[in-house]
Design a protein around this ligand. Structure first.
Ligand code: UFG
Length: 335
């Protein structure tokens, strides 16, 4: 148990995963300050109880003042650009948002004496994994600028932690989906591209069909396979990592966050049909640039290191929660 919980600065706390992490922190009694430039997030998505500073993570003066005023003891860094195909089309924007700005944030952490840094990394760092499931020590050879932009930040963080009094938790997320089971947050991104979000939008009639990007991959049914993790389980993992970093200041962590089993695009769409009891229209489409055939986590490290255990490891549960949020957004006329 940590006696005195310091305030946590959450970058991107107005976004999808960040807002769920804020909920998990607040639920566990941590004071939270969010910094978000609201480029893709929404002020209303910042949970009540957290303080929102609207601004850029690379604005060192702003970050320094937040660290000083709120006594920030740890940073959870979610802010960034997350769409793989966009990173192929506009790589320099990805290196700017994900790498260059992260460098500035890490520098602010070091300068401000923040001792703990948790970073949202990605399974995209593996590229086409040398084996499935992919383990943390496996080769990292991204096949798109998004993966590289995150891998470079991992490197900076490791080097900075070696040189300065800082420990880190690097979490490599697999495919994050679902929404807060209590309906307090969810994925609200406009023009979403992520499969489960797109599929539940189709299920409620917000789009006419779902494209299946590639039907000739070397996978059991020819469609892409991913390891879908519920966003609330992922958020809970962050709180566990934070506690560990504070309790063991000389230790840093690098961990996959996934359930350790994959589902194909067709299996996901079938789950959505099952949950709604109505079929969504599927259309075969060409592969997307930068998409690997399969990505599944070897999650033994997180399970053996932390007390964290998945609570919502079930595709239909993930889809049910995502769908509930999508209906709420529609009722509120958002998105
Ligand atoms: N897909 C479709 N149709 C769609 C959307 C997606 O067939 O309309 C397919 C993709 O081709 C892929 C799978 O569904 O096979 C998942 O695609 P997503 O766009 O949902 O997610 P990605 O796997 O491309 O990327 C996500 C995150 C990244 C992360 C990566 C790691 O966006 O941040 O997972 O697996 F790095």
């Amino acid at each position: 148990m940590i006696e005195k919980k310091p305030a946590v600065l959450v970058t991107g706390g107005a976004g999808y995963i960040g807002s769920h992490a804020v909920l998990a922190l607040l639920d566990a009694g941590w004071p939270v300050v969010v910094i978000d430039n609201l480029s893709t997030g929404f002020a209303w998505a910042v949970p009540e109880g957290a303080t929102l500073a609207e601004g850029d993570i690379a604005d060192s003066a702003l970050v320094a003042s937040l660290i000083g005023e709120h006594g920030i003891g740890a940073i959870m860094h979610f802010a960034g650009s997350v769409v793989v195909p966009d990173s192929v089309a506009d790589p320099l924007r990805y290196y700017e948002n994900n790498t260059v700005k992260s460098r500035a944030l890490i520098a602010s952490a070091v300068k401000g004496g923040v001792r703990h840094f948790i970073f949202s990394s990605t399974a995209a760092t593996y590229g086409i994994p040398e084996k499935i499931p992919a383990a943390e020590e496996d080769r990292t050879e991204p096949i798109n600028p998004y993966g590289w932009s995150k891998l470079m930040t991992e490197r900076m963080l490791k080097d900075a932690a070696f040189a300065h009094p800082l420990n880190f938790g690097i979490l490599r997320y697999f495919n994050v989906a679902g929404a807060d089971p209590a309906g307090r947050s969810g994925q609200s991104t406009r023009g979403a591209t992520h499969l489960i979000k797109v599929a539940v939008e189709a299920a409620i009639g917000k789009r006419g069909h779902v494209d299946i990007f590639g039907t000739d991959f070397d996978t059991p049914d020819g469609t892409g396979v991913r390891d879908y993790i519920h966003v609330s389980d992922l958020a809970a993992a962050h709180v566990h990592v934070l506690e560990r970093l504070i309790e063991s200041p000389d230790e840093s962590l690098l961990m996959n966050c996934g359930y350790g089993h994959g589902f194909s695009v067709l299996e996901v769409l079938n789950a959505v049909d099952r949950v709604t009891n109505a079929p969504i229209e599927r259309r075969p489409a060409p592969r997307r640039a930068g998409d690997p055939p399969a990505l599944v986590a070897d999650n033994r490290r997180i399970l053996s290191t932390l007390d964290w255990r998945p609570q919502r490891d079930d595709l239909d549960t993930i889809v049910t929660d995502a769908l509930r949020w999508e209906r709420l957004l529609a009722e509120r006329g958002i998105g």
